[in-house]
Design a binder for this molecule. Structure first.
Ligand SMILES: CC(C)(COP(=O)(O)OP(=O)(O)OC[C@H]1O[C@@H](n2cnc3c(N)ncnc32)[C@H](O)[C@@H]1OP(=O)(O)O)[C@@H](O)C(=O)NCCC(=O)NCCS
Length: 169
């Protein structure tokens, strides 16, 4: 969990926090989560699904929570959720969510295997399963995997495109 107050230097002409400044804080928070899991130096391999749902204003407090959803071989998916706290109005609202992929590196700078994640709760299980599907999508988009080989993704796309029996006369 990371907290930071939004100061004038972080904002645009409307007094809203600039997206790049928020992404910088999210990257730092995700790196801490990844490095705590891997006990290694970790680098950002990719960032996807960034949603700016609500502007964060000067004077508000940004709260960023990072969680490793799943570890693969040398890479892991870190989910970031962002809230804004308004101290004067005593409000707390969800502003942003993103998925970062980090890779653990050894002393020579080469990718190195990391411990796996054992999901316990239903929520952790859902995050764990979702992470495999999102990984397929990002590797296909990055040109690192053929759609034909992305088994779960192909099945999901086919089931989404196949009419259910309710739709057939
Ligand atoms: C990320 C990096 C280490 C990957 O190196 P590489 O030589 O391609 O290594 P590999 O092919 O062995 O891939 C390593 C892992 O990264 C994953 N990966 C690589 N590119 C990825 C991408 N675009 N999206 C998601 N995962 C990716 C691979 O799937 C693999 O995961 P796995 O071991 O869990 O199966 C390398 O590209 C790098 O150092 N990039 C710069 C990182 C950096 O400086 N980040 C700061 C932001 S500028």
């Amino acid at each position: 969990m990371m907290t930071e107050i939004v100061l004038p230097n972080d904002t645009n002409g409307l007094g809203n926090m600039m997206g790049g400044r928020l992404l910088h804080l999210m990257d730092k928070c995700a790196a801490i989560s990844a490095q705590r899991h891997a006990n290694r130096v970790c680098v950002t391999a990719s960032v996807d699904n960034v949603e700016f749902q609500s502007a964060i204003q000067e004077g508000e407090v940004v709260v960023i929570e990072g969680q490793v959803n799943r570890a693969f071989h040398t890479s892991m998916e870190v989910e970031l959720n962002v809230w804004a706290e308004n101290p004067r109005e005593e409000t707390h609202r969800k502003c942003n969510r993103a998925f970062y992929t980090f890779v653990a590196l050894d002393e020579e700078g080469s990718p190195v295997a990391i411990p796996s994640i054992e999901p316990q709760s239903e929520d952790e299980q859902a995050r764990y399963e979702g992470a495999a599907k999102r990984r397929d999508i990002r590797l296909v988009l990055a040109g690192r995997k053929d759609l034909e080989d992305a088994a779960s993704l192909k099945e999901d796309m086919l089931s989404a495109l196949t009419p259910s029996t309710d739709d057939v006369d």
